[in-house]
Design a protein around this ligand. Sequence first.
Ligand code: DQA
Length: 146
Amino acid sequence: MPRPLLVLNGPNLNMLGTREPATYGHETLADIAELCRRTGSAKDFEVEFQQTNHEGQLIDWIHQSRGRCAGIVINPGAWTHTSVAIRDALVASELPVIEVHLSNVHKREEFRHHSYVSGIAVAVLAGFGSNGYRMAIEHFAQLLEA
Ligand code: DQA
C-alpha cells in the first residue's frame, strides 16, 4: 500500500505559469503536481497535492494529516514569513516537514529571509524551482528507509 504524503502550497501559487515568470518560471502548479505524483509513486508514496489561498484551510489539512501521512512537503508561500499559526499546526501534526521555495528567498527582499517554518523543518530547499519538490519527496523516501 502506498504511504500518503502531503504536499501543500500556500497563497498565489495557483497563479504559477503567469505569475512573475522571471522569479518563478513558466511551469504551472498542475505541472508541479504531476511531477510530485510521478516522483511519489516511484517511491511508493500516494501524493496528496493541495493549494489554497485561505490560511485556515491549510491549517485544517495539516491537522487532518496527523497520524495518517508519512510527512509534509510545504511551500507556504508568503505565509512562510508571517504565520506562527502554520508553524504551530505543523508541530502539532508530529510529522516530519520539508520546506520548499521555488525561488532563492535569501537573495530576495529582506522580509523573505525569515521563515517561521525553517526552525521546525527537517530540511529547507530554496531556489531549485520545481526540482525542490522532487528532491523533498525523494529525501522523504530515504528518511523513512533509514
Ligand atoms: C515562495 C517565496 C515566498 O517569499 C513568496 O511569498 C511566494 C513563493 C517561493 O516558492 O519561492 O509566494 O514561497
